[in-house]
Design a protein around this ligand. Structure first.
Ligand code: TNX
Length: 540
């Protein structure tokens, strides 16, 4: 018999055939290389058969591996939400004798994988996800999500059985720091919005969220020893809105939630400039002892802490101590940008002291590229955004670079002149501008070893809601994620734009209000996922 039917029909036929293993052969071969995975994996080899995910699936974890079990339970929850089916998570290191199995395990000693890497081997009856660390397992699970139909992202909309293509994916990131910055100072975003952003980052295998917690327009994190910072300094926003701030409990909740998705929070207190909200809350931080009014405009460069008063360093010490205590990650971001009303000499003096304070609380500094003028060493990170000479100066001092070139990585820029949100001083920045660059070749004189990774800052002068965040973030953040994860040789815009077009229904299923760039061939899932042609292998 020679027949061709749609996969939809196969779902029905398949449901009848599921009871015996020999029937597996009648499932359609599917081509793993046709599935759009972002960021693009290190290698994908298709074996052109099908794994059937049905209610009999057993998820197995090697005995005693509690951290892997947590990841397995998370996968079971994702599947349960989408399908309504309770999948078993059990201990064991072999395939179940009946039904299909997804096995999570550590690599054999003679077949090591990079620490954050994973291998996903999908055979007809068995999926084996191998990783050395829980985050490796987590990344493998994100890839599984992208191999499933988009309905995996919607509650109760995925019908089993679901077909997954067979093959082998081996995958690991190029850079250890893959992040986004969210400015909660110009406009405030609450805990649930930040959690949603964390979910989005995790989906594209980003691992860092930098929170810009203070600026001229608002102070957004509770500091017990300086309470006016939030009661007064947090009370407004750009345009005169009501502002807001994170209590310590809120911040801890964010840190904890992020950790569950293998995301590190980097807190930033911008100093000595961008401090009007603090200066307005405490007159003693001003050189003239007079507190300025709160500020709700969008100018930069007019405020500075008084660098030759001792109270300033007491303030910095208290703030850093209270935030560092709640922050498990290694970094504390000291800002340091656009301090146009601080004398250069005072700036350097201040930064050297701020850096020592951060170190005394057990953290390493990251600073915007102007910070390169301070005394730095290999424990420090310079975040390149504007001046190449600053980045090179940092490297000369032994510091590492975090790459956020404003022309490419600033996702607060408009896409084109018609964009409903965004600034334009470094743009406009279309989806290809955000994708077609490389951290190493961006400027002469730096090498890959100088770079810890990439970050896309989302400044919030023009945005106020989760919808607004989504519009500027997507789809550019997916391209930034790929730059941080995928080898330069494997990144080509012409190929990427097609893969991105295939994520349309995934973003829609997640409820993301993304920008439908005319540069991307947006496809409905049916175009590429559901029209697999079937051949009956039995007749060959
Ligand atoms: C420059 S980038 C700033 C921010 C603004 C941003 C707007 C940087 C380190 N400083 O204060 O929000 O431009 O794009």
């Amino acid at each position: 018999m020679d027949f061709r039917i749609s996969v939809l029909a196969t779902f029905l036929v398949g449901a009848l055939m599921l009871t015996t293993a020999s029937c597996q052969e009648t499932y359609p071969p599917t081509d793993m290389t046709r599935h759009s995975i972002i960021p693009r994996p290190e290698s994908v080899v298709a074996t052109n058969h099908t794994f059937v995910l049905d209610e009999g699936l057993s998820i197995r974890v090697e005995e005693g591996n509690e951290t892997f079990k947590k990841e397995a339970l998370r996968l079971a929850t994702i599947l349960k939400n989408a399908t309504g089916v309770d999948f078993d998570v059990e201990e064991g290191n072999e395939a179940a004798w009946f039904g299909n199995t997804l096995l999570l395990k550590k690599p054999a000693e003679n077949q090591p994988l990079p620490l954050s890497g994973y291998e996903l081997e999908i055979k007809e009856r068995l999926i084996t996800l191998t990783a050395s660390s829980p985050e490796g397992v987590f990344y493998g699970i994100q890839t599984i999500r992208q191999l499933l139909p988009a309905a995996i992202e919607k509650t109760g909309e995925l019908k089993t059985p679901v077909l997954i293509p067979t093959g082998i994916i081996r995958d690991w990131p190029q850079y250890g720091y893959r992040g986004m910055m969210l400015d909660v100072a110009r406009h405030f975003f609450d805990v649930s919005t930040v959690k949603r952003v964390i979910d989005y980052l995790a989906y594209y295998k980003l691992n860092t969220l930098h929170l810009h917690l203070s600026d001229d327009q608002g102070w957004r994190i509770e500091i017990e020893s300086w309470p006016n910072l939030t009661t007064h300094g947090g009370s407004t926003a750009v345009g005169g809105g009501e502002g807001g701030f994170f209590t310590k409990a809120d911040y801890r909740e964010i840190v904890e939630y992020a950790k569950g998705q293998h995301i590190t929070i980097v807190p930033e207190i911008d100093m000595p400039g961008h401090t009007n909200a603090a200066l307005s809350s405490y007159p003693e931080l001003n050189c003239d002892g007079i507190a300025p009014e709160l500020y709700t405009g969008t100018r930069v460069g007019f405020s500075t802490l008084c660098t030759d008063k001792e109270i300033t360093y007491q303030f910095v010490d208290d703030v850093v101590r209270e935030i560092a205590e709640m922050t498990p990650g290694p970094w504390f971001h000291v800002g340091g940008d656009e301090s146009h009303s601080t004398e250069q000499e005072d700036y350097e003096y201040f930064m050297n002291r701020a850096r020592a304070i951060v170190k005394s609380h057990g953290k390493q500094i990251i600073g915007w590229d102007e910070v390169a003028h301070a005394d730095l060493d290999e424990t420090d990170v310079v975040q390149f955004w504007s001046k190449e000479e600053n980045a090179l100066l940092g490297v000369q001092k032994g510091a590492k670079l975090l790459m956020s070139p404003s022309k490419h990585a600033y996702i607060d820029m408009k896409y084109d002149e018609n964009s409903r949100l965004g600034l334009d001083w470094a743009g406009p920045s279309e989806v290809d501008d955000a994708y077609t660059w490389d951290p190493v070749t961006l400027m002469d004189g730096i090498e890959k070893v100088d770079i810890i990774g990439v970050e896309a800052p989302l400044w919030a002068e023009t945005i106020e809601t989760l919808d607004d965040i989504e519009y500027l973030m997507f789809p550019r953040i997916a391209g930034i994620a790929e730059i941080g994860w995928t080898m330069r040789e494997d990144r080509r815009w012409e190929e990427y734009r097609v893969r991105l077009g295939q994520h349309r229904d995934r973003m829609k299923a997640m409820g993301i209000d993304f920008y439908e760039s005319p540069l991307v061939p947006w496809q409905e899932q049916a175009d590429y996922f559901m029209n697999i042609e079937l051949t009956d292998e039995g007749d060959e």
